[in-house]
Design a protein around this ligand. Structure first.
Ligand SMILES: [Zn+2]
Length: 65
């Protein structure tokens, strides 16, 4: 799992350690893609929580009349 990517998947250029992008073609490294996926998941979770809060408070408000 924690293997270090040493070359770009797209153009094969060697990568700097912990690089997020290939310096030659701009392709994201596997590590960067994984981080982006995690960030999107966290954002989605946050969005769903806000939606649940809004729906919950709307429901409480509607039932308290
Ligand atoms: Zn590349």
């Amino acid at each position: 799992m924690a293997q270090v990517q040493v070359a770009c998947d797209k153009c094969g250029a060697s990568l700097v350690a912990d690089a997020a992008y290939c310096e030659r073609c701009g392709e994201r490294t596997r590590r960067a893609r994984r981080l982006v996926r995690v960030a999107i998941r966290v954002e989605l979770l946050f969005f769903l929580m806000v939606c649940a809060l809004v729906v919950g408070f709307t429901w409480i408000y509607a039932t308290q009349k």
